[in-house]
Design a protein around this ligand. Sequence first.
Ligand code: NI
Ligand code: MN
Length: 228
Amino acid sequence: MEVTFYGHACFSLRQEKTNILIDPWLRQNPMVKEFPADLKPNLILVTHGHADHLGDAVEIAKAADCPILSTPEVGYHCAKGGANILAGHLGGTVRFDFGQVTFVPAWHSSSVTIGEERVYAGNPCGFIIKFYGLRFYHAGDTSLFLDMKLIGERHSLDYAFLPIGGLYTMDPEDALEAVKFLQPRTVIPMHYNTWDRVAQNAEEFKAAVERQTASKCLVMKPGETVQM
Ligand code: NI
Ligand code: MN
């Protein structure tokens, strides 16, 4: 299994012919040097409508002829753009050949930009992804919340993708508390250093995680692929 971090909150999970792409913000993403030519997702997950997450989802979904799984409000917007959608909502689980995807809460907001207008787009979410036996949590954009403890207890996570940038999401201090609640085998920080206003030191976060918890921390560089 391969996991690629494209920068910000965009990851892909790949095993053989299955390729899941999460929050594909690529063209405008300052961490992405070149639009990846080899993107062939079977499924795109979108945590919320903000441009740095919904990103290029509609364009990629149409080119790859794959569905976008998101909330009904984000899905409605994507369907208007011509993409196939699968809509679910908090607490919902969708089963696939590779495993399943469960919608979990995220404390944030969600809107889509249509022309000059910002239209509210329901609740944001995170995802628990069971992918060929491994359990991934993509938290989306969120603050720290106590129910992460419940997520940790219910799902025995292998990998947690957690925002650490601050300002719009948890900062490293709160993300460290999140790791204590979630108890993943490995935490991978995201949503930092994209802009100066979310500048953080991921190596310091890693040191704190590995000093204070039983979890490992894997700091991925934008564009990096690792075998899981
Ligand atoms: Ni956001
Ligand atoms: Mn964001």
